[in-house]
Design a protein around this ligand. Structure first.
Ligand SMILES: Nc1ncnc2c1ncn2[C@@H]1O[C@H](COP(=O)(O)OP(=O)(O)OP(=O)(O)O)[C@@H](O)[C@H]1O
Length: 370
């Protein structure tokens, strides 16, 4: 069943639209992560659903009920927003019990529920601890327990792990996912970190300039970015324009690039995943005329744990990124021959003539698929 339905939502601050024509639905028990560059409208969407930003147009329905005119505190939502700090003067138990006290839940029941929630977020018995004596990660867990305490029908998280270091974030994201599954919580979360969104979400929604650029499962969005903007936002760098010929290849600045079978001839825009850049034996580089071999020099190597990311300067065309296992990675400065794996080449839609082109997005790291 659909819990949240947003239709043609528009919000503006003064003359500037922050959201326009946003359609989004969240099913019961689903975790949806909204991501996108800064200023894309993510927080505004959350605030509008929460009743903290006034829509100019469109509807927001929760469990089928139009929320127009329903104040924030009557929407039955759990909020964990960046600007919603813990109460420093209350202990952990007092913070978690806050929403229950507001709902006049009796003392014994409150105690039981707080103990249960602290157990759930991995802080059993922490009721009497002072908030100021907690680590950043522990504070986030308390904030989460506080948001979950009144059993909200929809939990809304704005950059839930924003302030934590990477290690802790990666660990907490897994725990959160398990927790939401176990409780059957419906979650709408906002993050600018694609790794976090892909790890947490059943569905990701990429926003750009107040509109939804793409929505789909993490595998769909990762596997088939809707356009060059989404591809760049996800950290893909190997993007090119070209023309598909009849021989199963596209002519690009990098020379011929094999395209998936059945690609129609004509102009195209394509993306080569870093894992689709293959290294040929060095002698192939010495004979650039051989099919598929593009001479290149390794400019930089970045160690990424289970693989190495290589920045390559090809003999023609813009720089390329390649990913390969450490033991197979050529050295910096080495000359290599390159070929492309057609199964790692993705055709992107051509930009509309009306589109003034995709704005650049800040370079990001490419996350691994969740
Ligand atoms: N209170 C406000 N008053 C005026 N303009 C605002 C206000 N809040 C947001 N905006 C503007 O609305 C647009 C969308 O902002 P929003 O905070 O929703 O984006 P975001 O995607 O959440 O960004 P970030 O990742 O930086 O938090 C931006 O252009 C922003 O400058």
């Amino acid at each position: 069943m659909t819990l949240l339905e947003v239709e043609r939502l528009a919000v503006s601050y003064g003359p500037r639209p922050a959201l326009s024509g946003v359609d989004l639905s969240v099913a019961e028990g689903e975790t949806v992560c909204v991501l996108g560059p800064s200023g894309g409208g993510k927080s505004t969407l959350l605030r509008a659903v929460a009743g903290l930003a006034e829509p100019d147009a469109g509807t927001i329905r929760l469990a089928g009920r139009d929320q127009a005119g329903v104040p924030a505190h009557r929407r039955g939502l759990g909020l964990m927003f960046q600007d919603h700090q813990l109460f420093p003067q209350r202990d952990v138990g007092g913070n978690v019990a806050f929403g229950l006290r507001m709902r006049r839940v009796g003392r014994a029941e409150r105690r039981r529920r707080v103990a249960e929630l602290l157990e759930l977020v991995g802080l059993p018995g922490a009721e009497r601890r002072r908030v100021s004596a907690l680590s950043g990660g522990e504070q986030q867990r308390v904030a989460l327990a506080r948001a979950l305490a009144p059993s909200p029908r929809l939990l809304m998280l704005d950059e839930p792990l924003g302030r934590l270091d990477r290690d802790l974030r990666e660990r907490l994201v897994v725990e959160l996912r398990q927790l939401f599954r176990r409780l059957g919580t419906t979650v709408l979360a906002v993050t600018h970190d694609q790794g976090e969104a892909f790890a947490l979400a059943d569905r990701v929604v990429v926003m750009r300039e107040g509109r939804i650029a793409q929505a789909g499962s993490p595998a769909e969005v990762w596997g088939r970015p809707a356009d060059a903007f989404v591809a760049r936002f996800l950290g893909f760098r190997n993007l090119a324009a070209g023309r598909v010929g009849t021989g199963g290849t596209a002519d690009t600045d990098w020379g011929p690039v094999p395209v998936p079978e059945g690609t129609p001839p004509g102009p195209c825009r394509l993306l080569i995943r870093p894992s689709g850049v293959r290294f040929l034996p060095p002698d192939a580089a010495a004979s650039p005329g051989s099919p598929g071999a593009l001479p290149a020099t390794v400019r930089a190597r970045t160690f990424r744990g289970d693989h190495v990311l290589l920045l390559l300067a090809p003999a023609s065309g813009p720089p390329l990124e390649a990913a390969c296992p450490l033991r197979a990675a050529p050295a910096e400065g080495e000359r290599v021959g390159l070929a492309f794996d057609p199964s790692e080449v993705v055709l992107l839609p051509l930009p509309d003539a009306a589109d003034s082109g995709e704005p650049d997005v800040a370079p990001g790291k490419a996350p691994g698929p969740a």
